[in-house]
Design a protein around this ligand. Structure first.
Ligand code: ARG
Length: 284
């Protein structure tokens, strides 16, 4: 009887895929020319053609899952633009624009807002520093919001005003996990007690307590899986696209009835990003 099962005990048959609408940016200008997170090492070579091929596999995986994939034109001189998640936060046809902390990425904010405007979204220009879906994740009716490295906590209040939703602030403490989407994965958008996976050590104690209270049946991942950016994944409620190297996380997902799909984005990992970073969900 499905109804008597715990959320965390659902089988594959009971997991329902809802194809998503997403925005992506082909990494035609990808490289690592500056260092704004500990993953980035500008002295190491990058292979842009390989980055494009790996990204294409992610893109084609989404198309294969029936997703509606939109593309924004990459801009020369903005090598991090491939990380579309940072371009804004979109909900109820409203696009809350990004305002980047680092000067190197600041021109991306207006570039993404132009795209949102041209594609019929109601754009809200941000007053506060925030890096879009990198630090804002919708789970059920609630917006989980990260701070500590990039998005200012004042942006959490601003997002609350823009969307009229509850915003829950979570403080990140490990510089390797500088955006919320590197430390939390939303598996099921229903927002139930098992609807997320996370790395407890990425958060301060108060935030860990909040996560434990809201998501008592969450998947807790190992440091090993988190340090290949395994949590930086994208779920449609049944299929979870993850870093292929996150083998422990893959196993946990299977045990809970999800279908993990591994992709290798090793080149984009050199910039400190993975699957989710390359994916901005568009919610009309
Ligand atoms: N190099 C980029 C930065 O440091 C990577 C962004 C990754 N994006 C994400 N949503 N976590 O800003």
């Amino acid at each position: 009887m499905p109804s008597t099962l715990l959320d965390s005990e659902r089988t594959t048959e009971e997991r329902v895929a809802t194809p998503r609408t997403v925005l992506m940016c082909r990494p035609e200008h990808f490289t690592v020319s500056y260092r704004i997170n500990p993953w980035m090492q500008p002295q190491l070579p990058t292979d842009t053609a390989l980055a494009v091929r790996q990204w294409q596999t992610l893109h084609d995986t989404y198309v294969g899952l029936g997703f509606d994939v939109h593309l924004i034109d990459p801009v020369d001189g903005l090598p991090d633009m491939v990380y579309a998640a940072n371009g804004g936060f979109v909900l109820d046809n409203v696009a809350y624009g990004a305002r980047f902390w680092h000067p190197e990425r600041q021109p991306e904010g207006p570039a993404y807002m132009d795209w949102f405007r041209a594609n019929g979204f109601d754009v809200r220009e941000p007053r506060e520093v925030n890096e879009g879906e990198g630090d804002f994740l919708l789970v059920g009716d609630v917006i989980l919001a990260g701070t500590g490295f990039r998005s200012a906590s004042d942006s959490h209040a601003e997002a609350g005003e823009v969307f009229g939703r509850e915003v829950v602030t979570l403080r990140l403490v490990d510089p390797r996990f500088y955006h919320l989407d590197t430390a939390v994965a939303v598996l099921d958008s229903d927002g139930g007690p098992a609807s997320v996976a996370y790395l407890p050590a990425a958060f301060d104690e108060a935030s860990r307590r909040i996560l434990e209270t809201r998501f008592p049946d969450a998947v807790l991942v190992s440091d090993t899986d988190a340090t290949v950016l395994g949590l930086n994944s994208f779920s449609d409620g049944r299929n979870v696209v993850i870093a292929s190297r996150a083998t422990g996380f893959e196993k946990s997902l299977r045990e809970r009835g999800y279908t993990p799909i591994g992709v290798d984005l090793s080149e984009l990992l050199l910039g400190g990003g993975g699957v989710k970073c390359c994916t901005l969900e568009l919610r009309r």
